[in-house]
Write a protein that binds this ligand. Structure first.
Ligand code: PGA
Length: 240
């Protein structure tokens, strides 16, 4: 795993945005695997700025998001579809028909997992997958446990994750208890992966991943098995 340690959140965001911009310049119709959460917001702001300045052209870019709460309506301001529109899609020249997020209103969750996995396959997998990391080491919503799932699936969120994510909701009771998530196998279909982390609260998970061992009890450690992963994290996440 390649490691880039930045001074702070702003530098982490700029470095990640540059990597995305370089990929789009080299391959205008690339497939971006995108993530939500606090971590990538600054990266998206940089990409919006780059597009407004005419330096990045999203017109042929395709995107596939990592996860989505279930159940949730796309117009709910906590849905990940809403997040992506607000932070990126509404401000760049991407064709929204080419942007994919799991359907948080799916009637048949199993069928939705299979449908979404086929979308990833039909796109040929992501050229670059952006990931955050949970304090508990989750990637996407692949939560620590004895078993990890390969494909896109409905995941029960852990109490930890529900508590951490409750900061975005009026109360902890409003946090959905389940989410669709790409599985570890879906994530591994990406030819390259960038995992981002900022802040001392991510240090334990980052340190565990950088030990180089693999355990399903810290899903991010599975990334040690992928041939092209770059960690971009700030000093606080790296040093604790
Ligand atoms: P965060 O979430 O970016 O909001 O910290 C990351 C994650 O839980 O994967």
């Amino acid at each position: 795993m390649k490691v880039i340690v930045t001074k702070n959140y702003e530098e982490m965001s700029a470095v990640a945005a540059n990597m995305v911009a370089e990929l789009i310049a080299a391959k205008p119709n690339c497939v971006l695997g995108l993530a939500t959460g606090s971590t990538p917001e600054g990266m998206y702001a940089n990409l919006v700025q780059g597009c407004k300045e005419g330096k990045i052209d999203f017109s042929a870019v395709r995107s596939v998001n990592l996860d989505e709460y279930f159940p949730i309506k796309p117009e709910n301001d906590q849905s990940y579809r809403y997040f992506m529109n607000k932070n990126l899609f509404d401000h760049v020249n991407i064709d929204k028909a080419n942007t994919y997020v799991p359907n948080g209103q799916a009637e048949d969750p199993q069928a939705e997992g299979a449908r979404y996995e086929k979308i990833i396959d039909d796109l040929g997998g992501a050229d670059l997958q952006i990931l955050g990391i949970g304090q508990n080491g989750h990637i996407g919503f692949n939560e620590p446990g004895e078993i990890l799932t390969a494909g896109t699936h409905l995941e029960d969120l852990t109490e930890d994750t529900i508590k951490v994510n409750s900061r975005f909701f009026a109360s902890v009771d409003e946090v959905p208890k389940q989410a669709f998530s790409m599985g570890i196998g879906s994530i591994f279909k990406a030819r390259s992966i960038v995992i981002m982390a900022s802040g001392a609260n991510k240090h334990n998970a980052i340190a565990k991943m950088l030990e180089g061992n693999v355990t399903t009890f810290c899903p991010a450690t599975l990334l040690n098995l992928h041939p092209n992963v770059t960690l971009i994290c700030d000093e606080a996440a790296y040093n604790g």
